[in-house]
Design a protein around this ligand. Sequence first.
Ligand code: SF4
Ligand code: SF4
Length: 113
Amino acid sequence: METLIAVCGINCGACEAYLATQNDDDAARAEIAGKWSKMYDADIKAADINCDGCTSESDRRFMYCSHCQIRACGVERKLVNCAYCDDYACEELEKFFKMAPEAKTTLDGIRES
Ligand code: SF4
Ligand code: SF4
């Protein structure tokens, strides 16, 4: 479902934080917080794991995604996601694709459809 595709192309519908939030699963929140704290060398609490997805109208969004420059750019340009951008794929997005090649596959697929 395209509404669960983040501006950058990540599938929020498959994101652990999204799933734990939708299932209101506190055990999963605690587990993800521990895992992500190590992964990102940050202090992420179980209470921080609350997210309805990048493009949701809800304000519940994981803090890192809230501060994402790619998301901010897409929102400013009033785009559903970067696939609809005339500047696709910009330098910032290409850099991100190196870490998340699946996001490029998703956005390329949207552009070709
Ligand atoms: S916006 Fe939320 S659901 Fe999407 S990738 Fe970020 S944390 Fe996961
Ligand atoms: S310039 Fe376009 S492709 Fe790049 S981040 Fe902004 S919306 Fe996405």
